[in-house]
Write a protein that binds this ligand. Sequence first.
Ligand code: DHB
Length: 394
Amino acid sequence: VRTQVGIVGGGPAGLVLAHLLHGQGIDCAVIEARDPEAIRNTHRAGILESATVRMLADSGVDGRVLSEGHEHRGTTLRFDGENHHIDFQDAVGHSVWLYPQNEVFWDLARACERDGVRIFWSVSDTGVHDVETQDPRITFTDAGGAPREIQASIVVGADGSRSMCRKLIPDDVRQDHFIEYPFAWFGILCEAPPSWPELIYANSPAGFALISQRSETVQRMYFQCDPETDPEDWDDRAIWARLQECLSGPDGFRLEEGRIFDKTVLRFRSYVCEPLRHHSLVLVGDAGHTVPPTGAKGLNLAFCDVRVLAPALVALFRDGDGSRLAGYSEQALQRVWKAQNFSYWVTKMMHARDGESAFEQKRRRGELAAITGSPYGRAYFAESYTGWQDQKYV
Ligand code: DHB
């Protein structure tokens, strides 16, 4: 197969890039190790920035995000057993949308199929070669067991947080910026009605909990746990007891309980690869940077990368102008580090650490009070959460 852009990874980052390039008449081909049903059933976060929603709706992916997603005009931070509402519209005039990322993936996969984008699912033995030349190649075994090769002008690594593509940037060029956190999230899906109209980010002596939603009948919730936790060690009763404890307070708030049908432990890490481009290889999304889940920036950040990269590739292939691609890494990284800061900051502010001093606990409480108790604090949170409306990325 000969193409202009070979994309390694058919998750949301790779597919939204393929969709936009195809729409601009740029030829591309995508390979993905998993089958689409497996990705569709991998539960990830559910919050989309307004610019992400616009990108899906305006580029003709599907209107499902608007008809089936839910606009959230604010959120609630809960501490000392009390709710503190942050009205995004009031503070900065923007909203976010609740629409599960696995549905974003599904809409993109169907749009690509409809438009005739070449995607090879369920491939194995992927190799990427000659990225320091102008004729990079991707080799793989296709779903039928046949060896294949894609010859491209640019290879895009959209292969997620365990990216093999980024390892092709030599050690003396690549800088890995990396931190880990001493906690993880225990995530559940359950059959229950919503407990509250918006999301609740709760800080409590029992740890952090996030009450999110999926639909009128399915809810998504998380609580802070040890990274070594085995989900099977927790039965429904223990899970509900912990979640209720994290949300309890003098206001008598209770979560609506129901059958739990999915349990997973999510590890926390912050990672940035610099640079995001090396000769004919470009990284997008989790392959280039990973954020902890607090604040749900992961997919939104991948879409920001693509909003910079897609026009840069169009300029290269249509006008022979490589200057925008040359600036891709620097420009994308500006947004990446803002989102890294936000995800890190909210994570630190909301979670209790084992063995934390009374000073640290009270300082964090002061921070929460400073953010929720002032229009400027609320505006800072709201601007970051809804996705800085920075002209370079909107
Ligand atoms: C969800 C996940 C997040 O990490 C977050 O900050 C908000 C929502 C979710 O799964 O719905």
